[in-house]
Design a protein around this ligand. Sequence first.
Ligand code: GLU
Length: 371
Amino acid sequence: MIPSLATAKRIVIKIGSALIVDPETAAPREAWLRGVVEDIAGLAAKGTEIIVVSSGAISLARRQLGLTGAKLRLEEKQAAAAVGQIRLAQAWAQTLAEKHLTAAQLLITLEDTEDRRRYLNARATLSTLLGLGCIPVINENDSVATAEIRYGDNDRLAARVAEMTQADILLLLSDIDGLYTADPRKDPAAAHIPVVETLTSEIMAMGGEPPPGYSSGGMRTKLVAAQIATQAGVAMAIALGHRQNPIAAIMEGARCTWFLPAPGGRSARKSWIAGHLAPQGSIVIDDGAAHALAKGSSLLPAGIKEVSGSFERGDPVDVFTLAGTRIARGLTAYSSRDTAIISGHRSEDFEALLGFRGRDEVIHRDDLVLF
Ligand code: GLU
């Protein structure tokens, strides 16, 4: 079944530099951006949660800084990003505000999505922002990311954000309306592919070589993004972004390529938690909490009886019943020390006990696997 933007609960929309930045003026394309924001506002009004991943920082500042050569050095890109990100964020904040929406800026590095603790932090911030009705606008933190540990393209960053937030759909707005059997600019026989069910090596080969010059994306990084997203149970679409109101156009049937989520994709992360991580400690819970877990709830500190081992926030721990049966494993949101302190207490008391108010759950159900 083809996924639907109209019924998705959470959508990550990735917007490339070539869409948001006018090549003539090197300024944001305001009228186009207004159209995108109209589309976003329409979805948000129906209760869809939207996260934007927007490129454009480097392009917005290149001319202003006189960095107009075909290929910039990493330091030059980093400097340009530092200048352009302000303009980019301003364009989003202003345009969203016209529709009474609040923009929230997050600048993320590769490490933020690979390191478990930072991953949990970034994810918690995003879910709080969505809960507050904000539109997160994310870009890579290009100014501080170093060469070896840099995404360098927002296609993959957006896929990781979609995976991290368990979005239903990742939409890549692009300069092409989807995947073709060959590069349609070079091969007139190239055929459009409306749906990709499985990312076979044959499909991956259709990505070809990365484009020359400044552009960091191209079809290849989009297919890598599709791998990340679909494996995590997120559907992905590549669609034409240049037209006015591009998201509404897709909803009205404009051509695009859909990549369907891998079967069991959503559980891939859970099997990673269950199978590949060595537990750093254990938590014993009372029967009430054990029942709640079995029904799909998160683990709250009120039901915790005992904490052992030494673990940090983000580490895997095993959960036992009072009778000594191991019933679950999950990633904790608190260290062993803090878990012990808040055990048996309610979230209203956390601040007085810990000096800060963290998450309500010690292990969120998304991070919990039942045995
Ligand atoms: N983060 C870069 C920017 O904002 C763009 C990366 C990309 O082109 O995907 O300029």
